[in-house]
Structures are given as C-alpha cells and as structure tokens.
Design a protein around this ligand. Structure first.
Ligand SMILES: Cc1cc2nc3c(=O)[nH]c(=O)nc-3n(C[C@H](O)[C@H](O)[C@H](O)COP(=O)(O)OP(=O)(O)OC[C@H]3O[C@@H](n4cnc5c(N)ncnc54)[C@H](O)[C@@H]3O)c2cc1C
Length: 301
C-alpha cells in the first residue's frame, strides 16, 4: 500500500526552438541561425516527463508544479502545462540567468526547487533538443543531494520504501527501486503525452505573467486598469508567478554567464541540401528494392 500523504511532484520544462525542422531558410548565408524562422515548442521529452507526473498524481494523489527557466516567451510552455493538468506553474526569468551553461542552469533550477519547500519527485526530460547535453537533470539531482533514475519509462509501483521505476537501456529495460525524494529523467518512449484539455484551455485562457498584462488589456479593454485586471486574475488563480534571482536564495556568482565554467569555442554549421531525389513505387517490389539499397549503403542494418 502506498503511504497516504499529499505528494508534490515538480516538473522541469524547457522551451526550445523546433530543431527537428531546420531547413535552408533557417540557416543564413553567414552560417548563423535565423531563430525567428523556427517555432518555439515544448521540449518533446519534457512533455513525457509532465505526462508521467500527471499520471503519478492520478494514481497516488498530490499536486504537480512546473518550473521553467527562460525568457518571458517561455510562459507559453507553462500555459501548455496548465492546459494539460499542472496545478501550479512558475517562470524563472532574470537577466542574471542569461548565458547559463548546464552548471548554472541546474544551479538555478535547484535553488527554485528548494524554494518550493517539500517535494517528493522531480521529473525532467532526458534531454533538450537544442542544447542536447542531457546534463541538467542529473546535475539538479546532485545539487539537491537526492538519488536519480535516468532513462525512466514508467513508475511501476509506490510503497512505504519508495518507488520502483522501469528504466530503458539499449538491450531492454530494468527495474530500479529508489527512496523518495528522487529525480527521474524521462525518455520519449515512456508514454503518449495527453493533449491539452479544451476545458482547461478555456479555464486558463487568461493565465498571464505580470509582464503580459498590457497585452491582455489591449485585447480585453473591459478589464479596465492593470490593478483591476491583476485583482481579477489573482482571485481566479490565473497569475503566472515569475521568480527572479532576488526571489531565490542564490549565490549570484553561480548564475548565468558568470557562473558558467564552459564557453562555446567554435560552432560548425551543417546544412543538408537536397541534391537528388528518387521516386519509390508504392509496391512491395519498390519498397523491397529501397530497403535493399538502404542496407547496401549501410544506412540501416
Ligand atoms: C558549453 C556550453 C555553453 C553554453 N553557453 C550558452 C550561452 O552562452 N547562452 C545560452 O543561452 N545557452 C548556452 N548554452 C546552452 C545552455 O547550457 C543550455 O540551454 C541549458 O543549460 C540546458 O542544457 P541542455 O539544453 O543541454 O539541456 P539538457 O541537459 O539536455 O536538458 C535535460 C532536461 O533538463 C531540464 N531543463 C533543461 N533546461 C531547462 C530550463 N531552462 N528550464 C527548465 N528545465 C530545463 C528539462 O527537463 C530537460 O529535458 C550552453 C551550453 C553549453 C554546453
């Protein structure tokens, strides 16, 4: 029997450029990237992490808090999290956080998790599709001094002594037992993230950061002044909280660029351009010939 108490799950999510769709239009002639040509999306494996946390809440009760560190636009992934079932979302945003490498990012996230007080589980995606390091989750666990289970696919069981997690590895999977609190990094094969709920989209339509109030007032002038709008949102729990460095118990020397021991030395851009194309007839023979060619060319095997 799982112990009866109110579990607090924290999910760390990152807004990323959709690097799965980098086309020639995104790469400019001088080799830099036109970021505005890429949609900003919820990091895919963070949706799996959120789904696992929501599923845990449905099975064992409790609440889910979602944290993201990023610019003001990252509020969009937090709204997405509310539409999918998160109870509370918080944006960590401050110029002092900018230019952070994984060390400074995980330090800031760790300080924010500590500020939340009691927590039982921290869920991260395995990896972000832009930075791609897969370091942040493990570093947060180290800094919080809690155990971690990476490559988590499912929470199999919860009892008095902790959780049993199925974790994926190349040749199969294994079951790992761990005491709480702990941190899980979740892989894409873990689950099928639920879509945003239409009811919650209506419920959280006005959820906004204080920095977004002017935009809301432009769209809905009937709310009157910033003060009346703020009171309206506060009453309905629609204020998205934003924490800056001053809100956290941090050593500022460990934040942002100044707290980042790694520096990007050089970046090589690779632009893949189509040079040739081949039409494959949609027949068993056509597909067989294609598979044969892919094996011959060592593309699959
Ligand atoms: C050497 C180096 C130098 C860098 N310099 C800069 C720089 O100057 N400026 C700059 O903007 N970026 C810089 N970056 C990128 C920056 O470090 C990463 O964007 C950030 O630290 C997260 O790392 P990642 O994307 O590899 O995440 P991963 O470690 O792949 O992410 C794993 C998981 O951690 C969580 N997570 C990661 N980031 C966040 C976040 N921001 N909020 C909430 N959860 C999160 C998510 O759950 C995610 O799935 C640098 C990276 C490196 C490696």
């Amino acid at each position: 029997m799982p112990p009866i108490r109110s579990y607090h799950s924290v999910v760390l999510v990152k807004q990323v450029p959709d690097t799965r769709n980098v086309t020639g239009e995104v790469m400019t002639a001088d080799g830099t990237m036109n970021r505005s040509a890429l949609a900003a999306i919820f990091n895919p494996e963070d949706l799996n992490a959120l789904e696992m946390a929501l599923n845990f809440k449905e099975r064992y009760g409790g609440r889910v808090t979602v944290l993201s560190m990023g610019p003001l636009q990252a509020a969009n992934v937090l709204r997405e999290a509310l539409y999918r079932g998160a109870d509370q979302v918080i944006l960590l945003s401050d110029r002092k956080f900018a230019g952070a490498d994984t060390q400074a990012t995980s330090y800031t996230l760790k300080c924010a998790v500590e500020k939340l007080g009691q927590f039982d589980l921290v869920f991260c995606g395995r990896q972000a599709i832009d930075g791609d390091t897969a370091q942040v989750g493990p570093q947060v666990a180290e800094k919080l001094h809690i155990p971690q289970i990476t490559y988590a696919e499912s929470i199999v069981e919860l009892d008095e002594s902790g959780i049993v997690v199925q974790r994926a590895f190349d040749l199969g999977s294994e079951l790992v037992k761990c005491t709480l609190p702990c941190l899980l990094t979740v892989v894409g094969s873990a689950n099928q993230p639920r879509p945003a709920s239409a009811r919650k989209q209506i419920m959280y339509k006005l959820a906004a950061l204080p920095a977004e109030y002017d935009k809301l007032l432009e769209k809905w002038p009937e709310f009157g002044t910033t003060e009346t709008l703020e009171a309206y949102l506060a009453e309905r729990n629609l204020k998205i909280q934003m924490w800056s460095a001053a809100d956290l118990n941090v050593d500022e020397a460990q934040l942002g660029l100044g707290g980042s021991p790694t520096q990007v030395y050089k970046i090589n851009y690779v632009v893949l351009e189509t040079t040739d194309s081949q039409e494959v007839p949609a027949t068993p023979e056509g597909i067989q010939a294609l598979v044969h060619e892919l094996i011959q060319e060592y593309i699959v095997g």
